[in-house]
Design a protein around this ligand. Sequence first.
Ligand SMILES: Nc1ncnc2c1ncn2[C@@H]1O[C@H](COP(=O)(O)OP(=O)(O)OP(=O)(O)O)[C@@H](O)[C@H]1O
Ligand SMILES: [Mg+2]
Length: 444
Amino acid sequence: MEALDIIRAEHRGMWRLTTALDTIGQDMELSGSSAEAQVVGLMLAYLNSYTDRMHHPKEDECLFRLLRARSPQAAADIEQLQAEHREGPAQLAALQALAERVAQGDVEPRSAFFEKLHQYTGDLRSHIRLEEATVMPLARRTLTGADWQEIDTAFLDNDDPLFGVNARAEFAALRARIVALAPDPIGLGGAAARTNPAAVATPTQSTAPPAVLEIKALTSHYGRIQALHGVDIEVADGQLVALVGANGAGKTTLLRTISGVQPASGGSIRLQSKEITHMSPDKRVRAGICQVPEGRQVFGPLSIDDNLHLGAFTRPKGDISADIERMYQLFPILREKRQLPAGTLSGGQQQMLAMARALMGRPRLLLLDEPSMGLAPLLVDEVFRIVKDLKADGIAILLVEQNAHAALSIADVGYVMETGSITLSGPGNELLHNERVKQAYLGI
Ligand SMILES: Nc1ncnc2c1ncn2[C@@H]1O[C@H](COP(=O)(O)OP(=O)(O)OP(=O)(O)O)[C@@H](O)[C@H]1O
Ligand SMILES: [Mg+2]
């Protein structure tokens, strides 16, 4: 019955999206602003393609079909759910069209937009309730083992190029971004005011470059297994710091602990002197930490342009187009394809888009986890060129890389990690010539 867990997880994501949509809608209504309508439109576009291509077909073609055959009493409910599935795309398209007009500053459709948005989120919640409270329990009681095998296989099959393997991760990432926007009262974490990370993070006027990131005696555990054993690391303003180490050393764990998706069990993390060790991940995003995760996560069905807009949506609207222009200068290949769905990009291009999207949030501190992994050599050079450019732009970067030579060559400072501890550190070019590093990581 893995399928039921998958459906429930997808429902949880959709439910939170409806809450976020409601909140953004209410905010817009109260403040009279229109700027957020664009992002609402993008969220709806994503929700539409996701549910219509990914979530609904599997329910309709498999779970509902089998349940209908086994249980005549389910017919009426299933009929209603399927009718809603059929009507969903047109309903969402109409709402998107309204959102677009509102975003362009048109005042006339505003009240219709708010009303339809409210109706849509309410309908979606009723739909989810009906599935979870009535239809899924019935399925659990009446379907056979063979039925479940068929259903689970269908739900675990993810080979659609646009909506396949990454679709769930994408959806979770989109939700995380949206939750990061949501104000406190709806209980999803985060502050009531939408702050601009760049504004929060104005560098202080002291003589020594202030540490953007200061990590002291940091520990982290997976259950009883300790993955980080008292890590000390510092990244100064504008600095590029490379972290190298063998597979399983704990590099990803460290980045995840900094971005807050993995809890720290001891020690401290400070961002611009502010203690953030136990702050929620979305607050850290707002404070200016941005992680580009290992394995690229772009929103496949949305265009490249839209992905970049999404990356910027914690920010005030005015200066976004200049930043998008800057991204297209940094990543020319993205400009060529700006209107295409991100899912049609190659792996390397998706990696670039993931980086560009992270940068649209104007991070204070960028955490990069193996950006060159799996890329063709030419693209690897391109990624390192970009990392250098970003450093020149003054962004503090913590770069985790298997490609130790390339990383240390461009880094101000390097750290070597072994089984959860930092065993060596120093200026990048010094480490490049260190005998131990050469033997262990540079293959010399
Ligand atoms: N979700 C998890 N549950 C349990 N143990 C984990 C989990 N993730 C990582 N580990 C363990 O923690 C240690 C550090 O893993 P981590 O992924 O941080 O290493 P890494 O340096 O990023 O490796 P790689 O170079 O392969 O990406 C490893 O021993 C790993 O097996
Ligand atoms: Mg890793």
